[in-house]
Design a protein around this ligand. Sequence first.
Ligand SMILES: [Zn+2]
Length: 62
Amino acid sequence: MPDVPFSVVKRNELVPMCPFCGVQLPEVYMKDKGSGFVEGKNVMYFCPHCSKVLGFGQSRMI
Ligand SMILES: [Zn+2]
């Protein structure tokens, strides 16, 4: 754990930018891999412009 104080600031007015193609992303696409029915799905987030993967996450669908 780092010693420096850490704070999260909510900035809904800022638009994230794709690190690959540099286009601002008011939305991203997501695609689930269709496995892990019980423990939640693995979800892949990707840029709608260049289709490069931005990250992975877990999406619980109960
Ligand atoms: Zn992109």
